[in-house]
Write a protein that binds this ligand. Sequence first.
Ligand SMILES: Cc1cc2nc3c(=O)[nH]c(=O)nc-3n(C[C@H](O)[C@H](O)[C@H](O)COP(=O)(O)OP(=O)(O)OC[C@H]3O[C@@H](n4cnc5c(N)ncnc54)[C@H](O)[C@@H]3O)c2cc1C
Length: 372
Amino acid sequence: MRTSVGRAGIVGGGIAGLGAAIALSQAGWEVTVYERADRFTEVGAGVILSANALRALDVLGLGAEIRSHLIEDRPGTVRNQRGRILINARIDDFVGGLVAMHRADLISILAAAVPHEQVRLGAEVVRVDEQGRIETLDGTAQYDLVVAADGVHSRVRAALWPRLGPVRRTGIAAWRWILDRPAPGNVGVVWGRHAECGVVPMAGDRTMCFAAARPPVRSLDHFLDWPDPVPSLIAAVDPARIVTGELLEIAVPQQLWRGRVVLIGDAAHAMRPTLGQGACLALEDAVVMADCAPDLARYSALRRRRVAAMSIVSRHGMRLTAPGSTSVAALRDLATSALPDAAAVRLLRAANTRLLGTWERPSRETIVVGET
Ligand SMILES: Cc1cc2nc3c(=O)[nH]c(=O)nc-3n(C[C@H](O)[C@H](O)[C@H](O)COP(=O)(O)OP(=O)(O)OC[C@H]3O[C@@H](n4cnc5c(N)ncnc54)[C@H](O)[C@@H]3O)c2cc1C
């Protein structure tokens, strides 16, 4: 029998926490996950995973299963609010492929890889200290490592990083829903003046839809005169199945660890979903953190710059996709449609490989998308 490297307590059983539980178990840690919900439930929304996340899932031993949700290659467009095509591309221009799946499916695949006895459901963590003590309403336990994976409203971050400031409200509204019917011919994204939306095909003949809007837009009615298929996808969904809320973000701490406690996932870097990278980075975090632990300074040094850069790009990305100004939107449309498709695809592939696809594990092995 393998001897334990140490005891790790994980606060939060979301994508980050479950990913960390699998990675730490593989590295020989004795793991306990504390999840305040009574069962692993997930909101009825979709999540897109790009090649960096698929490589992390390979390390966790789940890559093959997740790849059954790969989006088949097909054409996709970027259009403007009036339906004019700005860029023609293909799904496979995202080097290494894209997975689109229901979050509940992702959570249940991750949860199935964590032994039951390692998970405490209905266990709300009320206090954590730098020395590795986790307190719930039932009692206290001592750990060599505490992983704070408790999401954007992280209680651990608020207690141990008090100077970081509160969660930032962006004023931007977001809507996500899944339709149990195949995606229409026209998939891709539509960029408007105050808003944007996207239509993504999913495995199993389902369709993922998302939309986001700046003030003064406050309702999905704004999209009813947008180009097809947007209005029909809104009309087809039961409003009760739409997941909606304001986008939130946090300042990324300079140091992602304190004593025996480390931040991962949204607890470390909740960001706007402009790049669709929050969950992808959470999975990378889990793998790199388990590679480094107990050397948390190393984890922080490897991850901080990358997640902070993603957070900044995510914050400013909507200036292009929904700038909030008629003249900027017109300039954007002019510039993007003047760019030949081949050049746009080259840019997309280069950005995908450099920004999204390349990440570093502590062995200094650099993971690059498209490589197996
Ligand atoms: C509109 C929108 C679209 C998005 N689309 C994408 C996308 O396409 N691709 C992508 O990669 N990312 C996307 N994201 C981001 C992604 O959803 C998040 O980054 C990801 O879910 C973060 O996972 P997490 O495990 O860190 O946090 P969470 O999912 O928030 O999980 C935290 C867990 O901790 C538990 N918890 C909290 N406090 C306690 C406590 N005190 N005690 C015990 N348990 C506790 C919670 O119950 C929860 O289960 C999107 C986000 C939004 C808002």
